[in-house]
Design a protein around this ligand. Structure first.
Ligand code: TYM
Length: 355
């Protein structure tokens, strides 16, 4: 994993800031979300002023069921808390509770070229799958809303530059690039306002792949249930999925992206969860075949997700408490978002009320 800069407590540099978001579009987060992003969210709280949101506005860019969205938003928040997002240290909030997200998205949309938005590969992939008639304008402007999510929390100028990190998996790199471009474009046209954010992408676990189709990303929208390891999965099915993960006809536990994509994905997962190097794992399983390797990996996954699952269920038993955490998070987020939006309105040339 990359190490955050300016993290030493003795350093005079101002506290860096972190913002990230996740969609509540499934009944559970999956292992790709956890290793690609969420683990870093928890770690970065130690060194950063942190803002984390459940992006429910993004979740309606595809057809959805309102009751399910409501439920999944709560389940998402509960999982984040269960993983270790600490509401005392981080502002954990629901995106739609802070209306400045949509307001800034409008302004940034007016700075985004049509062709520029059309080049986003996630949009191209999703719209190709759904066909033009099933593709909403919201899906097209999705990355602009994401840029607004991030730039609203731009660090205020302190003494010196404040680092601004966005922990995400590899699939978000292009959206982060667009965000940087829009920050720079806004600054160029209207004066220094936004700190361009830096993507914080883990080495090794930035793209966890599907257990059944190891060259494709593990993804709630694309993968079959057999290819996904859900954080909230029951132990029995979880073990089965790992034991049935696609490998190859050989027996050697060896890292080789070209020839052994399945084994390589499992090695990456094992290494990231246990904190053991790939080379050490190759050594440990030399000559032992895939069975023992998968059995041990299943145990490591269960040891990680078991406590998160239990804690999530406990948190969901007390919805009032959960709601109050989210309300407090939204208040803290709003304090920053309204300040940024005041500056943006002024810079863009909107007349203030009462002026
Ligand atoms: P989302 O909700 O699809 O995924 C949440 C996070 O999980 C990462 N991820 C993965 N990492 C490694 N391997 C995988 N197979 C894998 N699948 C998902 C994603 O990269 C992401 O970090 N557009 C974002 C949500 C968003 C956002 C934001 C993120 C909205 N606003 C502002 C950061 C900042 C998305 O769809 O993530």
């Amino acid at each position: 994993m990359q190490t955050p800069e300016a993290s030493s407590p003795s350093s005079a540099a101002p506290t860096p800031r972190v913002l990230s978001g996740i969609q509540p579009t499934a009944d559970s987060f999956h292992l790709g979300n956890y290793l690609g992003a969420l683990r870093q969210w928890v770690a970065l709280q130690e060194t950063h002023e942190s803002f984390y949101c459940v992006v429910d506005l993004h979740a309606i860019t595809v057809e959805h069921d309102p009751a399910l969205l409501r439920r999944r938003t709560k389940v998402a928040a509960a999982q984040l808390l269960a993983m270790g997002v600490d509401p005392e240290r981080s502002a954990l909030f629901v995106q739609s509770h802070v209306p400045e997200h949509t307001e800034l998205a409008w302004v940034l949309g007016c700075l985004t070229g049509f062709g520029e938005a059309g080049r986003m590969t996630q949009f191209k992939d999703k719209s190709a799958k759904q066909g033009t008639s099933g593709t909403s304008v919201g899906l097209f402007t999705y990355p602009i809303l994401q840029a607004a999510d991030i730039l609203l929390y731009t660090p205020e100028p302190g003494e010196g530059e404040r680092v601004f990190h966005v922990p995400v998996g590899e699939d978000q790199r292009q959206h982060l690039e667009l965000t940087r471009t829009l920050a720079q474009r806004f600054n160029h046209r209207f004066g220094e306002t936004f700190t361009p954010p830096e993507a914080f992408i883990p080495e090794g676990a930035a793209k966890i792949t599907d257990l059944q189709e190891p060259t494709a990303k593990m993804s709630k929208s694309a993968s079959s249930p057999q290819g996904i390891l859900d954080v909230l999965e029951e132990p029995g099915p979880m073990r089965k999925k790992i034991m049935r993960a696609v490998t190859d006809t050989g027996t050697e536990v060896r890292y080789d992206e070209e020839e052994k994509a399945g084994v390589t994905n499992l090695l990456r997962i094992f290494s990231a969860l246990e904190g053991t190097s790939i080379a050490d794992l190759e050594g440990r399983y030399e000559g032992s075949g895939y069975g023992q390797f998968k059995k041990d990996l299943a145990q490591v996954v269960l040891d990680t997700f078991g406590p998160i699952r239990e804690r999530t269920l406990e948190l969901l038993d007390d919805e009032k408490h959960l709601d109050s955490i989210l309300a407090r998070g939204a208040e803290r987020a709003s304090a920053v978002a309204t300040r940024t939006m005041d500056t943006v309105r002024e810079r863009v040339g909107f007349v203030g009320r009462g002026h």
